[in-house]
Design a protein around this ligand. Structure first.
Ligand code: ZN
Length: 118
């Protein structure tokens, strides 16, 4: 399962990032996933929850997934448009095909929330 590898990479990244932080315990990990990144948010959440005990500071963490819309520039008119299956992925202005995907294939960790201790 591809999402398990992605979840593992996220956990490893968080662990490395917080390696020097004393007593950090992660409350949530925020990720932004492009519609065209081939990652299913539900499967990723499931994989994250199954694997998070492997990262000591992530045991209590929730994965918060934000979906990023896909945009392309068309080959004919150079229009930037939202890629939609109901338009057969073609330009919504002129019907041209995709020449370049400009957004929607990202997979970024956008934030970490830690539990506060006092
Ligand atoms: Zn166009």
């Amino acid at each position: 399962m591809h999402e398990a590898a992605v979840a593992n990479a996220i956990l490893e990244h968080v662990e490395r990032r917080l390696a020097d932080a004393d007593e950090a315990v992660v409350a949530s990990v925020h990720v932004r996933i492009g519609e065209f990144s081939n990652v299913d948010p539900e499967s990723l959440r499931f994989a994250f929850d199954s694997l998070k005990s492997s990262c000591a500071i992530c045991r209590e963490a929730t994965l918060v997934v934000e979906s990023a819309p896909a945009f392309a520039v068309c080959s004919e008119g150079g229009h930037r448009y939202r890629i939609l299956p109901e338009h057969a992925y073609r330009c919504t202005e002129c019907g041209g095909g995709i020449s370049k995907l400009v957004a929607g294939d990202e997979l970024d960790i956008t934030g970490l929330e830690l539990f506060a201790f006092s």
